[in-house]
Design a protein around this ligand. Structure first.
Ligand SMILES: Cc1cc2nc3c(=O)[nH]c(=O)nc-3n(C[C@H](O)[C@H](O)[C@H](O)COP(=O)(O)OP(=O)(O)OC[C@H]3O[C@@H](n4cnc5c(N)ncnc54)[C@H](O)[C@@H]3O)c2cc1C
Length: 504
């Protein structure tokens, strides 16, 4: 489960890790978004609602599992059940907090003996998608206490315990001059992200993070601890690489690492008044950008707060960020057409690879938000118009286009899992903050409406990691859906496992 909400320090790399080539002097100020602190307080009121009557099945779990579980009558209940996405009011029968793989075995056995389902959860970033599945008969197994990373620098691999975050991996790999295919937020879990695909700023060169998984240790529906790899339990290994928590509780993973000690990465920022020029230029640039460049284009509406540097407070901005896996000179040449648009802030430079996780400026603390997305094959002028229209909606905190394609779209020729690629060239992603329950419906409608503007260019695909509830999951599984269902019936015939991205 996540840390307690606390002041958010966004944009941590600005002025600290990188050079601002054309930045205003206030840029070195660390930005604390107090509005989101207020939001955290409000969202506490969302989760401290009246406690339900104790479920009699909880008493059985308590006698079997003792302090490994938290029940609605326990003082820690509201903290234990609060996911990273604090807009989601999770009300399972119990939350279990294992510290070892053996604890997980005991928990799965006790829960199934009580006729309950089990939902593995590492952070709750995808809590909205899990809530869609219903939690009334479910024990959430929070893997937050099962964290740890061991690096083998010679083999260039890491063994990662089931609840570990990407930040844990980066801390362990950086001293060896290695890094990993993390996404834009360091507090997302390795298991939840990788086993549902995982789109990183390395992706157009190196593909989805799921293809970096070499082996997993899983607690199965029968409560057995098994290893799955290309050699051992290969069908389960295939299924879990895409089917994720629908096939078991992953207590550890072995992943390949990337041989980068540093990367050329950063962001370019303009006032949103420049959104049209920038968006059209980025759209054109992406049609010829090399696979070494993975970038995103976003329109962000920042709150009007005195804590923000004046050049950002209350402003709407357009941002391009990402990484270019080239030498400095070659990367500068790749970025030249974008830099030609004279950004107000330009932080692109060679940075330690571990710094890449800060470039996208995702909130590092629990945040209440709803999101929606779609995958597009192209970005013609009409789609750029749609981006500008969606980006002008101040009900959306963020409208984002991620450039995918390249290695992301190429399935692994042999030995891949259920998901090894994501077809399409762009991903449109909308995010609305949900400061209080009263605005939840409007926020959900806003994110969907933003994505709907792109309907003429939607293709039949979804990125599993971006499905945040209310979407057609089968699109995320694509051609793997039928075999996944078959294997679900074999490995989990009683549908014990409930997952953000379910398999039926
Ligand atoms: C701020 C933010 C930034 C993001 N950036 C990116 C990005 O750049 N690229 C990208 O691809 N995605 C990104 N995501 C999406 C993120 O990768 C998914 O939400 C992912 O599922 C989160 O995994 P988690 O374990 O942290 O979340 P959880 O909600 O804890 O888990 C999600 C699901 O993963 C499975 N799971 C998690 N841990 C285990 C385990 N140990 N064993 C078995 N199953 C498990 C379960 O099925 C669970 O329902 C982002 C999300 C947010 C909120």
């Amino acid at each position: 489960m996540p840390q307690d909400p606390s002041p958010l320090g966004w944009w941590p790399h600005v002025g600290r890790r990188q050079t601002l080539h054309r930045a205003p002097s206030a840029a070195s100020t660390r930005i604390d978004i107090r509005m989101l602190e207020l939001i955290m307080t409000l969202s506490d009121t969302m989760t401290d609602a009246a406690r339900p009557d104790a479920d009699p099945r909880g008493a059985g779990l308590r006698s079997a599992l003792g302090s490994l579980i938290v029940l609605p009558d326990d003082a820690e209940w509201d903290h234990a059940r609060r996911p990273w996405n604090v807009a989601v009011d999770q009300r399972p029968v119990a939350v279990a907090r294992p510290e070892t793989a053996e604890d997980v075995v005991e928990i799965v056995r006790a829960a199934t003996a009580a006729g309950l389902r089990v939902a593995p959860q590492s952070t709750g970033h995808a809590a909205a998608a899990l809530a869609d599945t219903g939690l009334a008969d479910t024990v959430i197994i929070s893997l937050a206490r099962l964290r740890g990373v061991t690096v083998d620098p010679v083999a260039r691999t890491a063994r990662v315990l089931g609840g570990s975050l990407w930040n844990d991996v980066l801390e362990a790999t950086a001293p060896h001059g290695l890094t990993a295919p993390h996404g834009s937020a360091g507090d997302v879990s390795v298991a939840g992200y990788s086993l549902s695909g995982g789109l990183s700023f390395y992706a157009r060169t190196h593909g989805l993070a799921v293809n970096f998984v070499r082996a997993v240790q899983v607690v199965t529906a029968e409560g057995n601890l098994v290893r799955a790899s290309a050699q051992e339990n290969p069908d389960l290994f295939w299924a879990v690489r895409g089917g994720s928590g629908a096939f078991g509780v992953v207590v550890s993973l072995e992943i390949d690492l990337l041989p980068y000690a540093d990367v050329f990465a950063g962001m370019l920022l303009w006032d949103a008044a420049r959104a049209e020029d920038v968006a059209r230029a980025w759209a054109a640039w992406t049609t010829t950008a090399p696979e070494s460049a993975t970038t995103t284009l976003r329109i962000l509406h920042l709150p009007p707060l005195p804590e923000l540097p004046p050049f950002l407070s209350g402003r709407s901005v357009v941002v391009i960020d990402g990484a270019v896996l080239e030498s400095d000179d070659a990367a500068a040449a790749v970025l030249a057409p974008l830099r030609h648009l004279a950004p107000e802030v330009d932080t692109f430079a060679r940075i330690p690879a571990a710094g890449l996780v800060a470039v996208h400026m995702d909130p590092p603390q629990p945040t209440p938000a709803f999101t929606a997305h779609a995958v597009l094959d192209e970005l013609p002028d009409g789609a750029v118009d749609a981006f500008l229209r969606a980006g002008s909606d101040r009900g959306l905190f963020m409208t984002e286009l991620r450039h995918i394609g390249g290695a992301v779209a190429r399935p692994v020729a042999s030995g891949g899992g259920a998901i090894s690629a994501l077809t399409g060239q762009y991903l449109i992603h909308t995010v609305a903050v949900v400061p209080a329950p009263e605005v939840a419906e409007a926020a959900a409608a806003a994110v969907r409406a933003g994505v709907a503007l792109f309907r003429p260019w939607h293709i039949d695909a979804l990125a599993l990691t971006f499905i945040d509830g209310g979407a057609d999951r089968a699109l995320g599984y694509g051609e793997a859906a039928a075999r996944l269902s078959e294997l679900k019936r074999r490995f989990d015939p009683g549908a014990v496992f409930s997952a953000a991205q379910p398999v039926h």
